[in-house]
Design a protein around this ligand. Structure first.
Ligand code: UDP
Length: 200
């Protein structure tokens, strides 16, 4: 579990380098504006977030798996699927950010859901949720793909009296219902968008 005092471990020249360093720079420049110019600032550390209206083809695991299930395709697991993620439902995320905005703490605060799951188990959950009998296929792990992601939210609990309320089963059902409610035309349109260049 990652606490706010973790300084990070980033390959500056890897394919994710620009993304990772950009986030770090945002924190640096935000703190500089605060200390030098006295600007009122907050720093939120967001972990994996999901919910309705995600883009079907943005490459992230939740729309990828749901899209595959809806199209009757096998689910693509990258690596051995033992890497973990912790998914926070968007309403919880927004509430946490809003509470942080309304307090006066200027240092980084983790806002995320600590309920951690391996990608392999998550694929099984999606197959159950969608009631399909999709198989899973294994593909190479992207370079510098983090093996574990779990926020420690002790600080947010203490500071903001906040913790996530929507469990994965409930949040994923709402998210799946959203994707299922899209018309064939919309699904088709989404499929033709190409976000594969994005590393979010
Ligand atoms: N992933 C996967 N299959 C996919 C898309 C993603 O196994 O079709 C994996 C990916 O390698 C990563 C995890 O799922 O280990 C979460 O990926 P995502 O891109 O959603 O978020 P991030 O890597 O930024 O945490």
């Amino acid at each position: 579990p990652q606490t706010e005092d973790y300084y990070g471990n980033v390959n500056t020249i890897g394919p994710r380098g620009v993304y990772d360093e950009a986030k770090r720079f945002q924190e640096s420049i935000t703190m500089a504006y605060h200390t030098f110019h006295g600007v009122e600032t907050r720093i939120v550390r967001i972990f994996n977030t999901y919910g309705p209206r995600m883009r079907l083809n943005d490459g992230r695991v939740i729309p990828a798996f749901i899209g595959q299930a809806l199209r009757g395709e096998d689910l693509t697991i990258f690596g051995d699927g033992m890497q973990t993620r912790s998914f926070c439902y968007v309403d919880d995320q927004v509430e946490g950010i809003f509470r942080l905005l309304n307090c006066d703490y200027v240092y980084p605060v983790n806002i995320g859901n600590p309920d951690e799951i391996t990608i392999k188990d998550f694929a099984e959950e999606i197959i159950k949720l969608t009631g399909t009998d999709q198989k899973v296929t294994y593909h190479p792990l992207p370079v510098n793909d983090p093996l574990q992601r779990q926020p420690d939210i002790t600080l947010a609990k203490k500071l903001l009296g906040w913790e996530p309320k929507v469990g994965r089963a409930e949040g994923m059902k709402i998210t799946y219902d959203y994707f299922r409610s899209l018309s064939q035309e919309e699904l088709q349109k989404e499929e033709h968008k190409d976000f594969s260049g994005f590393i979010h």
